[in-house]
Design a protein around this ligand. Structure first.
Ligand SMILES: Nc1ncnc2c1ncn2[C@@H]1O[C@H](COP(=O)(O)OP(=O)(O)OP(=O)(O)O)[C@@H](O)[C@H]1O
Length: 551
């Protein structure tokens, strides 16, 4: 069921947790995710186990609000999708096809070597120039990073300005420039804000929370909800850096971190909704004085199939008067409609659909002829993956484990993160990746949104994103590729297609965002390999993250 449909909001909670049908099936089989009890720390209790590992779904594609007409028009219908899914599965269990077969397919297509060389040069240039001249970008009127104002003109306290400059921010981005004066004005105003991935939304809502808190009151006054533990940890980190010259305190409310008996009195609470509800139920957090209520990745946080009910319950527990802020890079029509229902009279910053994807991310696809060919291709482009840092998105946990094993068999070093891992394991994996100690990260949609690692120069969609109903998932796509190209940096996204279904999904994504995804001929991969080999001879490791001290 999609947001905005009148289904009796407040009906029994759907504890569905995961990123797609297949992951869910897997979890249901284990009986881990669908419980609704309330014991602490148990696997079936809904205690954070479901709310911090799901990805995106229910995006309105094919529905009444997406401007694409009915499901059959844009997308060929459900039965096609299922048929193709079966093919995909069969292919995986089938014996490996010889490469001769694949070469036959490839040689049938005439190859434009000039175009191929151009693709390769463009790619190399993009990947090698992750660092940017921000001043140029922020002076470009058409850039989402452009602003006419300085931070001093936005009404921030000296302590907050100090925090901003300690983070090496020089000028606000467009969303910061437009949102902050409204967000910080009195009386407080609600806001629905949409801006492209990596354009600094976190700073906008963080500064609002920091400014609204009265540090003399020893009680939570701002609440920020995020869909995953990784994102909640990252937001807390931004709050602490930005607020380092204030006396505002903050705490993480995640299953593993939350105290079992001690109340949490920090001024700003950041966490996943299931955990916060549980803490509130146990009277370990007092939400009666919350003045700012933030939903980061608001479109998934309002998704009725996922965390929407929990988010709404928390909002109802907070005072009526609190300032409500919804931030995301994507808001489809149904979500916006629903957001209007719950926050009437909000200020709104929105984007046209064709503005949503980030210009500095170059988008390519590689045509494979089977699942196994995708595997081979991933192994072939390993050199490319390690020029900077890369994230490879895979549809399911099982498939991700399988890809990891295959890559390791071939001698490649990769790490893996998915919702089935323990919180401690997930923390280790993401921390190592942030520190640049690992370069290639395989992930399910658990990492599709919000994660900010500036050195990520390449995102690979090993599987294109689809909703649990097997429709193309443009929102997840744009969030996934947005893990690169952060704040004006360049980035590359490579999509693998290998059957009719994935080709249709690719075309649908192009149509949706009105943006061409360029074919990268497999021949160019060979050319790339040669260039990479010569590059690697003179290349040092990924540049260290300046914010992280050496080990
Ligand atoms: N004004 C600024 N000047 C320089 N860097 C900035 C500025 N604002 C934010 N950044 C940096 O830009 C990066 C992206 O910011 P952030 O993570 O807030 O993006 P976002 O819009 O929330 O992205 P997403 O939609 O993916 O969640 C971060 O590394 C952040 O520190």
């Amino acid at each position: 069921m999609r947001i905005g449909e009148n289904d009796g909001w407040g009906a029994a909670e759907d504890m569905t947790s995961d990123v797609n049908t297949e992951e869910r099936r897997q979890d249901n089989g284990n009986g881990n995710d669908n419980g609704s009890g309330s014991g602490w720390g148990g696997r079936d209790d809904g205690w954070g186990s479901h709310d911090n590992e799901r990805g995106d779904k229910g995006n309105g594609w094919g529905g009444q609000d997406n401007g694409r007409g009915d499901k059959d028009n844009g997308w060929g219908g459900r039965s096609d999708g299922w048929g193709n899914e079966r093919n995909e599965r069969d292919e995986r269990s089938a014996p490996r096809r010889g490469s001769g077969n694949r070469m036959d397919n490839r040689t049938r297509e005439p190859v434009d070597m000039e175009a191929t060389a151009k693709v390769v040069d463009g790619l190399m240039e993009t990947l090698q120039n992750v660092n940017i001249k921000l001043a140029d970008k922020q002076a470009d009127v058409n850039s989402p990073l452009f602003s006419v104002k300085s931070f001093e003109e936005l009404g921030l306290s000296p302590e907050l300005l100090k925090g901003i400059y300690a983070m090496k921010f020089v000028k606000p981005s467009k969303v910061q420039e437009h949102a902050l004066p409204l967000l910080l004005s009195d009386p407080p105003q609600n806001m629905i804000a949409q801006s492209q991935s990596g354009t600094g939304k976190t700073a906008a809502f963080t500064l609002t929370m920091l400014k609204r808190v009265d540090p003399t009151l020893n009680v939570p006054q701002a609440l920020c909800l995020a869909p995953t533990r990784e994102l909640a940890r990252q937001i807390l980190d931004v709050i602490q850096k930005m607020g380092q010259f204030t006396s505002v305190t903050s705490a993480l409310c995640l299953r593993e971190e939350a105290p079992r008996r001690e109340p949490i009195n920090a001024h700003i609470l950041v966490g996943t909704p299931g955990t916060l509800l549980e803490l509130e139920r146990r009277r370990l957090v007092d939400l009666s004085q919350v003045r700012v209520f933030v939903l980061d990745e608001a479109d998934v946080m309002l998704d009725k199939q996922g965390m929407g009910l929990q988010s709404m319950r928390l909002r109802k527990i907070c005072p009526e008067y609190c300032q409500l802020l919804l931030f995301s890079a994507t808001f489809n029509g149904a979500v916006i409609e629903f957001a209007h229902m719950i926050i009437p009279n909000a200020n709104e910053i929105t984007l046209k659909r064709e503005e949503v994807s980030v210009d500095s991310i170059k988008q390519y696809y590689i045509e494979c002829d089977s699942y196994h060919h995708k595997m081979e291709m991933l192994s072939t482009i390993y050199g490319l993956l390690t020029v900077g840092q890369s994230i490879i998105f895979i549809a399911t946990r099982n498939s991700a484990e399988e890809v990891k094993a295959r890559m390791e068999d071939e001698g490649h070093m990769v790490s893996l993160i998915h919702g089935g891992m323990t919180p401690a394991e997930r923390d280790t994996v993401i921390d190592e990746f942030r520190q640049g100690r690992t370069r290639v990260l395989l992930a399910t949609n658990v990492l599709a949104r919000g994660i900010d690692v500036l050195q990520v120069s390449l995102v690979v969609n090993f599987d294109l994103p689809m909703t649990p109903e097997r429709y193309p998932d443009p929102e997840t796509y744009v969030h996934r590729i947005g893990r690169t190209g952060r704040f004006g940096r360049s980035g590359v996204a490579i999509n693998f297609v290998h059957n009719d279904l994935s080709r249709q999904v690719l075309r649908s994504l192009e149509e949706f965002f009105e943006r061409e995804i360029i074919r990268m001929p497999t021949e160019s991969v060979e050319l790339l390999e040669q260039k990479l080999q010569s590059l690697n001879r003179g290349q040092t490791a990924v540049p260290p993250n300046p914010d992280i001290p050496p080990l």
